[in-house]
Ligand binder design. Structure first.
Ligand SMILES: Nc1nc2c(ncn2[C@@H]2O[C@H](COP(=O)(O)OP(=O)(O)OP(=O)(O)O)[C@@H](O)[C@H]2O)c(=O)[nH]1
Ligand SMILES: [Mg+2]
Ligand SMILES: [Zn+2]
Length: 440
C-alpha cells in the first residue's frame, strides 16, 4: 500500500499482511482499495452489488487512494478474496486464536464470556486496550455479549443460538466457476496503554472465529468451505472438551450437580454427538499437520489449551472447586501481573482428573502438541435452566458469572505475544520455550 507521496507521516506497515478471511499472505503494496463512489460497482469475486476493488494510482495529500470518480477511499481489501481487511491488520501483527470442539461443547458461550471479561480485565488490570478495528465484523459476537451481559431484562431466559455451518457468519467468494465459503473473523486490537509496564511493546490484532462444531468433524472442512484453516495459522489452539458429553464424567458427577446436561441423556435435551471428543482433537491435529506442512511424527510447537468447559457442572470433582486468581500483585513496574504458576497448578489437577476419567483426551493432546495446558472454564458460572414452554436450555442474565473465561486468552497472550502481558516469575522479554520461536 502506498503511503501517499505527499503525506507527512509514513504509515507503519507490516512487511507481510495476512488476510483474516482467506489467510492469503501478501505484501502491503498489493492491497486493494474499495471504491467509495456509489456508481463504481462490481467485484469479480464478490458480485455485482459490491463496490469495486482497485489498485490505486492517485492519492490525496492525507494518503487516501482516489477512485475512478475522484472520491477519496478509506477501506482496504485483500487482493485474493476481495473481502475487506481492517487497516489495523495491515499495520499490526495479526494473531489467530482458534477455538475448536464438537457441537454444543460450549464454544460460542465461551467466546462471548471471554470477550466480555477481556474488555474489563485487559484495560483495568493489565493496562491493555481491547478494541474493535471494525465493529461491523464483530456484530454477531457483540450480540452474544449483549444478550447475556448487557440485557436490560435480567430475569428472562436467554440463549445463544447454535452456530450454523452457513449463513451470516460466512462470506462466499467466487473464483471463476468455484464458490468458496470463508468464516467471518471477529477481530480485536490489543495495545499497551500509557500505564503499561513496557514502553516498547507493540500492539497486535487478534482474530477469532465462531465455527460450528460440525466443521470440526471428519469431512467438515472442504476446499469449497475451508472454514477451519485458521487452525494452521493460530498462535494458540483452544480445544474445548465438554465433560457433560462424556459418559464417564456424567457418571462421576452423579449426585454432585444439578446441571440437566449431566443427567442421563434423553436425546431431547441434547444434540447427540456420535464422534468422540478425542477424535475431534485428532482430526484437528491432522488438519494442522496438513495445512502447516508438519510431518506425521512432528509435534506442534504452539500452545494447545485443553479448555474443559462448563466447569460449574463438574467443579465438585476437584478437591478445591474454588479456582485461585491468576492475576496477582507484581512488583514495580509490573503492577497487576499474570502468574502462570497459578494456571500450571490448576492445569496439573485437571490433567490428573482427565487422565483418570478419559485418558485418550490427554494422550491425543500430548501426542500432538509440545505445550499443553488444561484449563477449566465456565462461560456462565451456572447451569442452564430448561424453558418449560420450549424445552430449550437458557440462562437468566442476572445469574451469569463467568469463571476463568478470560484465562485461556491471557495465557495465550502471555506465552506468545512477548512483552504484552506482565508476568511474575519470568523475565518480561522471555517467551515460553519453543513458543514465539515456532512462529517463524
Ligand atoms: N453448565 C454450563 N452449560 C453451558 C456453559 N456454556 C454453554 N453451556 C451449555 O452448552 C450448550 C452449548 O453451548 P454453545 O456455546 O452453543 O456450544 P457450541 O460449541 O457453540 O455449539 P455449536 O454451535 O453447535 O458448535 C448451551 O446450550 C448451554 O446450555 C457453561 O459454562 N456451563
Ligand atoms: Mg456455537
Ligand atoms: Zn483474502
Amino acid at each position: 500500500m502506498a503511503d501517499g507521496s505527499n503525506s507527512r507521516k509514513t504509515l507503519p506497515l507490516l512487511a507481510r499482511v495476512t488476510c483474516p478471511h482467506c489467510w492469503n499472505v501478501f505484501p502491503p503494496e498489493n492491497v486493494l482499495w474499495i471504491a467509495e463512489h456509489p456508481d463504481l460497482l462490481g467485484s469479480p469475486r464478490l458480485g455485482r452489488d459490491h463496490t469495486q476493488r482497485f489498485l490505486p494510482t492517485r492519492f490525496t495529500i492525507e494518503g487516501a487512494a482516489v477512485d475512478a470518480r475522484g472520491f477519496p477511499c478509506y477501506h482496504l481489501a485483500c487482493p485474493k478474496c476481495h473481502l475487506e481487511v481492517p487497516r489495523a491488520a495491515v499495520e499490526m501483527q495479526p494473531e489467530f486464536i482458534s477455538i475448536l470442539g464438537g457441537p454444543a461443547c460450549g464454544k460460542s458461550y465461551l467466546l462471548a464470556s471471554m470477550v466480555h471479561c477481556a474488555r474489563h480485565v485487559l484495560p483495568k488490570a493489565l493496562h491493555l486496550t481491547f478494541d474493535e478495528p471494525d465493529p461491523a465484523l464483530n456484530e454477531r459476537l457483540n450480540d452474544y455479549v449483549s444478550l447475556q451481559f448487557l440485557n436490560p431484562d435480567r430475569d428472562r431466559l436467554v440463549a445463544i443460538d447454535k452456530t450454523d455451518t452457513e449463513g451470516d457468519l460466512y462470506d462466499t467468494v467466487q473464483y471463476g466457476d468455484e464458490a468458496v465459503t470463508y468464516p467471518r473473523p471477529f477481530m480485536f486490537t490489543v495495545r499497551p496503554t500509557a500505564d503499561h509496564f513496557s514502553s516498547n511493546s507493540t500492539g497486535r490484532v487478534l482474530c477469532v472465529y465462531d465455527n460450528a462444531g460440525e466443521s470440526f468433524l471428519p469431512r467438515g472442512d472442504l476446499s469449497a468451505s475451508p472454514v477451519t484453516r485458521h487452525l494452521a495459522k493460530s498462535c494458540a489452539l483452544l480445544f474445548c472438551f465438554d465433560p457433560t458429553q462424556d459418559t464417564r464424567f456424567r457418571r462421576a458427577c452423579r449426585g454432585r450437580t444439578e446441571d440437566p446436561q449431566m443427567a442421563e441423556r434423553d436425546g431431547l435435551l441434547h444434540r447427540e454427538n456420535p464422534t468422540p471428543q478425542a477424535a475431534i482433537l485428532s482430526e484437528a491435529a491432522q488438519r494442522v499437520r496438513r495445512y502447516a506442512g508438519l510431518l506425521q511424527a512432528d509435534r506442534h510447537h504452539r500452545p494447545l489449551f485443553v479448555v474443559v468447559t462448563k466447569f460449574d457442572s463438574w467443579a465438585r470433582l476437584l478437591k478445591r472447586p474454588e479456582l485461585p486468581k491468576p492475576l496477582v500483585h507484581g512488583d514495580y513496574p509490573l503492577g497487576t501481573a499474570f502468574d502462570p504458576r497459578v494456571v500450571d497448578r490448576v492445569s496439573k489437577t485437571v490433567r490428573e482428573l482427565l487422565w483418570r476419567l478419559c485418558p485418550e483426551v490427554v494422550s491425543a493432546a500430548e501426542g500432538f502438541a509440545t505445550h499443553v495446558r488444561y484449563i477449566p472454564v465456565s462461560a456462565t458460572g451456572c447451569a442452564p435452566e430448561i424453558d418449560p414452554q420450549t424445552g430449550a436450555p437458557g440462562f437468566r442474565p442476572r445469574s451469569v458469572r463467568p469463571i476463568w473465561a478470560e484465562v485461556p486468552l491471557i495465557c495465550a497472550m502471555a506465552g506468545w505475544m512477548t512483552g504484552l502481558v506482565p508476568q511474575v516469575g519470568r523475565s518480561q522479554r522471555e517467551a515460553n520455550p519453543g513458543e514465539r520461536k515456532a512462529a517463524s
